[in-house]
Design a protein around this ligand. Structure first.
Ligand code: BES
Ligand code: ZN
Length: 459
């Protein structure tokens, strides 16, 4: 093991250069204009894994390709499957980046680029740990399989099918995912719960074309006013979602969990400063951590209507639209939520306005059991990589495919996040600490050893 860790310490510069090369590829999955770059990133990872001696291929889908690779089987040892994604969110708003999103720049020990933390940097730690084992020890202590997809940021539409169709080939004892965060600087974490999501677009249509708001205003329904009113009617003053039945299936927080969350070293004042807000807000009766990790929420993600240019324009817009989403918690069903939402919006839409509701991606939330031996092995590995015992947390983000992994492969899922809360994923100036990258590679290398020890013990 020490040889492997020494190898990792000696290759910091080389491992960073590889990360920078991957970050230069603009693999934005949401926008078809970037498709060639998405493929370039997939191919880069495939050939990288093949160069390490793994059997590696690109699996075509109706969307972006999946990279699949596996190392040699190891008799008597468990099998770990690494899941990650090489696609990234759109880099907008571009004018808010200090340096361009696809020209990675290192400042203050951090690499700034779209995808730095989410998820290229985090995912690559497992590739680098495999490289280090193979180079320094000549073999891995267990078999590692890689499923690196290109559609996570758009809902993993085609990955479920691949998992179902290839279940025997993908068989594994645990799924390792590094696509979350540490709890705080110096406080590594293992995440045992994620929220789900239900994402929608509401389009409202009024008059057949934009009108003079003085000549026609008052005589015809304004789609922008209707949209604001309909969206506002989805939450009440206490931050509760008003869609009938919305909370019916929500698993409430237990007293024990609430006590554990409350015992975490969370600094609310620092959190406000980080976000640049004077006050925090959310559902009444819950703490900030509870609201973010374990309660369902509603957020508008984009609003479009009327005149957005310089100065003023007295227009009554012909249409208005919004993209919005609910974060869900176990046991809420995104399909049930969609049906209830549609019924509610149909009640709310005023006369003279026609509505269209588009259902984008959806995924349920998940909470994993804490008593898995793999989880304990992961805790030991994180402790060695980060020099501190991890805390066990839930997070508010979503990784849509996690449920499918648990269901189809029946494997335990280990969410080992190397990121920081202020890494700005999805925002401008996304970054990843190069120390966290290095520690992540070390923790991953130890993880293979710790996991291998589980089944190697005589029964
Ligand atoms: N890496 C994130 C998810 C995440 C981030 C979980 C931080 C916990 C903490 C992932 O890439 C992501 O952003 N997922 C999307 C999924 C959606 C597009 C279906 C999300 O949560 O918005
Ligand atoms: Zn991600």
């Amino acid at each position: 093991m020490q040889d492997v860790l020494n190898y990792i310490d000696g290759r910091r510069g080389e491992f960073q250069a590889d990360l920078l090369a991957l970050l230069r590829m603009a693999s934005v999955s949401a926008d078809p204009a970037f498709s060639p770059e998405v493929r370039r990133a997939a191919e880069w990872i495939r050939s990288h894994l093949a160069d390490l001696g793994l059997a590696a291929e690109l699996v075509e889908t109706a969307g972006h390709p999946i990279v699949y690779a596996e190392s040699a089987p190891v008799a008597g040892a468990p099998v770990a499957l690494v899941y990650g994604h090489y696609d990234v969110q759109p880099p907008d708003p571009l004018d808010q980046w200090t340096t361009p999103p696809f020209e990675p720049a290192i400042r203050d020990g951090k690499v700034f680029a779209r995808g730095a933390t989410d998820d290229k940097g985090q995912m690559l730690t497992h590739v680098k740990s495999v490289q280090s084992w193979l180079a320094a020890a000549g073999r891995l202590p267990l078999q590692v399989k890689f499923v690196i997809e290109g559609e996570e940021e758009v809902g993993s539409e085609h990955l479920g099918r691949f998992l179902r169709d290839n279940a025997p080939r993908l068989a594994c004892d645990c799924v390792v995912i590094s696509d979350t965060s540490q709890f705080a600087p110096g406080v590594p974490a293992i995440t045992y719960g994620l929220r789900g999501i239900a994402y929608f677009e509401l389009r409202l249509f009024g008059p057949k074309q934009d009108l003079h708001s003085g000549v026609f205003g008052g005589g015809v329904a304004n789609p922008a006013v209707a949209l604001s009113a309909m969206l506002a009617a989805l939450v009440d003053r206490d931050g509760r979602i008003t869609v009938p039945g919305f909370y019916d299936d929500v698993v409430p927080l237990t007293d024990a969990e609430r006590a554990e969350f409350a015992s975490l070293p969370f600094d609310e004042a620092a959190f406000k400063r980080q976000l640049g807000v004077a006050e925090l807000a959310g559902e009444q009766g819950y703490t900030t951590i509870e609201r973010r990790w374990a309660r369902p929420t509603f957020d508008v993600n984009g609003l479009t209507s009327g005149y957005q240019g310089e100065g003023a324009k007295t227009v009554l817009p012909a249409r208005a639209s919004a993209k919005f989403s609910f974060r869900l918690v176990p046991n809420q069903d995104p399909h049930k939520i969609a049906a209830a939402l549609r019924r509610r919006l149909e009640e709310l839409v005023p006369p003279g306005i026609r509505m269209e509701l588009v259902e984008h991606h959806g995924a349920p939330g998940i909470v994993m059991p804490l008593d898995s031996p793999y989880l304990q092995a992961a805790a030991a590995a994180v402790e060695q990589g980060f020099q501190r015992r991890p805390v066990f947390i839930r997070e508010g983000g979503s990784i849509p495919i996690v449920n499918t992994f648990a269901e189809v492969l029946g494997a335990d899922v280990l969410l080992l996040g190397w990121g920081q809360n202020d890494d700005n994923p999805h925002g401008p100036n996304e970054k990843f600490s190069l120390d966290d990258y290095h520690r992540g590679v070390r923790a991953s290398a130890v993880l293979w050893q710790e996991l291998a020890a589980i089944k190697n013990q005589p029964l």
